[in-house]
Design a protein around this ligand. Structure first.
Ligand code: COA
Length: 226
């Protein structure tokens, strides 16, 4: 029987940035509080598709910023601000969670799991796709994660479009009964280095179906974490 050994990985990004020249990712800090609050308290879309609560209050923000401190001091998770490389404008957040945790197939919280949101005013400009590509490359190449996990609530076509563009592959549909903190089915995606590489050479990723080919998986694991 596999032992459930905790394998923390030194998360190296915390003092630096990641960029593709258009978007830049850096560690979230208290200075992002007002932008995070403004975005999440004014738009229920993020709460609809993630674990972010709604209505979003100052207490939720404080809880998030406390969690970020714990994650970063323990070097277990990365909470990143997505920003404009030119102006520094705040676009949203992206996380890499439970870095190096052991695989717990029935857990709602997967190891090396990516989550993200982009604020309403800048959606549809490729921000999430760029940011996810940059973070995924870093996690696979620098953190040497063998694969990355991503979970979407069924029906979140914008997120599926982003994930598939970056090369994430549909693995299974997780029925709601196996999602221990939610009541909707989730789709699970995985990215490996070869998938990321292949996605770069695709002539027109947008020509692909936005939804996974109804691969009727039943599943072993569960939901999504922003
Ligand atoms: C998902 C999300 C992060 C995407 O951010 P974004 O910066 O707008 O993403 P991108 O611009 O890189 O790509 C989104 C693509 O999805 C497309 N899209 C948007 N809504 C769609 C829908 N209902 N059906 C199909 N495609 C959709 C966009 O048109 C765009 O494609 P295009 O470039 O061909 O126009 C953003 O919508 C969001 O924050 N949603 C709420 C939180 C969330 O769902 N997080 C993910 C949880 S798994």
């Amino acid at each position: 029987m596999a032992s459930l050994v905790w394998h923390p990985v030194e998360v190296a990004l915390l003092d630096g940035t990641l960029t593709d020249g258009t978007v830049t990712l850096r560690a979230v800090d208290g200075g992002d509080g007002s932008d995070v609050f403004a975005a999440l308290s004014s738009d229920p879309t993020v709460a609809r598709w993630t674990r972010v609560p709604w209505p979003y209050t100052r207490a939720h923000l404080d809880e998030f910023l406390r969690a970020v401190k714990v994650w970063h001091s323990g070097r277990t998770d990365l909470a990143l601000a997505i920003t404009d490389s030119g102006t520094g404008e705040f676009f949203g957040c992206m996380g890499l969670h439970r870095v190096g945790y052991p695989d717990l197939p029935r857990s709602a919280f997967l190891p090396d799991e990516v989550g993200y949101w982009v604020q309403a005013g800048v959606r549809g400009r490729g921000v999430a796709t760029r940011a996810l590509r940059v973070l995924s490359q870093y996690a696979l190449d620098v953190l040497e994660r063998p694969r990355l996990n991503l979970q979407t609530k069924v029906g979140n076509e914008a997120s599926v479009t982003v994930a598939r563009r970056v090369g994430y592959q549909f693995v299974a549909r997780v029925p709601a009964r196996d999602v221990d903190d939610d009541d909707v089915d989730h789709d699970r995606y995985v990215l490996r280095a070869a998938d990321l590489e292949a996605s770069r050479s695709r002539p027109s990723v947008s020509a692909e179906p936005a939804h996974p080919a109804d691969a009727a998986g039943t599943a072993t694991s569960s939901p999504s974490a922003p």
